[in-house]
Ligand binder design. Structure first.
Ligand code: DGL
Length: 280
């Protein structure tokens, strides 16, 4: 990272946010990005509100220290449990000079809920997410704002992140848990025709999810949606866009082993990465 670089920060509890970064980079390759995976403390999905908030804030602070003006919480659990507090309580002190261009933190829930209703013909959508995201009810609340007529059914899939983090996503053992949660979701409404993967880890289970979901169902991953939304945000906020440096640099930071990160990250990001260790 050069001294003048002001990258866009992308944060996740682990590897999952790389599925979002991958699509963002495809859409907006010119910008610099720094990815921070809090692998040492993953998973977030089973942790309390206070813990997720505390961990996320610590990572956002670090990304600001790296020169980021704009940070994307590419983690549904962090977006559900920490984003609002960070925006309302912490940004004024973390980013003095809000009257100027300031600094911004965005999540992945809002961009997704803005468009989800466009995909369903039956008006019944299913949300697959971590327990933390489901219990926060963030999706229910946000979807109600944009698509009040939509019926939304949630299913927490607590085993899916460990399966993915441990490289078991394409092994036969994963089938049991994928089928179990798809069946439970559809039991809530057989009319569901749109299923949102509201956890950044779940796209790695896509083949198995397709296998157990009804053939006619649309399975939505968030990467493309978040990338489109970011592109739109940067057009609507030229004062922020002007502060994002454009040298095409990528930096990867992990709070755990860099060897593990580099090996695993390739699967999520789609190309080799070389990470640096971050001590928080
Ligand atoms: N990546 C997180 C999300 O999108 C889930 C992973 C975790 O539980 O830490 O919700």
């Amino acid at each position: 990272m050069t001294l003048s670089s002001q990258p866009i920060g992308v944060f996740d509890s682990g590897y999952g946010g790389l599925t979002i970064l991958r699509e963002i980079v495809k859409k907006l390759p010119q910008y610099d990005y720094v990815y921070l995976g809090d692998n040492a403390r993953t998973p977030y999905g089973t942790r309390s509100f206070e813990t997720v908030y505390h961990y996320t804030l610590e990572c956002v602070r670090h990304l600001f220290d790296q020169g980021c003006r704009l940070v994307i919480l590419a983690c549904n659990t962090a977006s559900a449990k920490a984003l609002r507090n960070i925006q309302q309580l912490d940004l004024p002190t973390l980013a003095p000079g809000l009257d100027g261009p300031g600094r911004r933190v965005l999540g992945v829930i809002r961009p997704t809920t803005e468009v989800i209703g466009q995909y369903s013909k039956t008006g019944n959508v299913g949300i697959l997410a971590t327990r933390g995201t489901v219990t926060s009810e963030s999706y229910m609340v946000e979807i109600e704002k944009f698509f009040p007529k939509l019926s939304v059914f949630q299913e927490a899939c607590p085993m899916w992140v460990p399966l993915v983090e441990n490289g078991e996503y394409d092994h036969p053992g994963a089938d049991y848990f994928v089928k179990q949660h798809i069946d439970r979701l559809l039991a809530k409404s057989p009319e569901i025709d749109t299923i949102l993967l509201a956890c950044t880890h779940y796209p790695l289970l896509l083949d198995k999810i397709r296998q157990y979901a009804p053939a006619h169902a649309t399975i939505l991953s968030q990467g493309g949606i978040v990338a489109d939304s970011l592109a739109d945000y940067l057009i609507r906020h030229p004062e922020i866009e002007a502060q994002c440096s454009q040298y095409g640099q990528r930096t990867f930071l992990t709070t755990d082993s860099t060897d593990d990160f580099d090996r695993q990250a390739t699967v999520f990001y789609g190309e080799p990465v070389q990470s640096a260790h971050l001590v928080l």
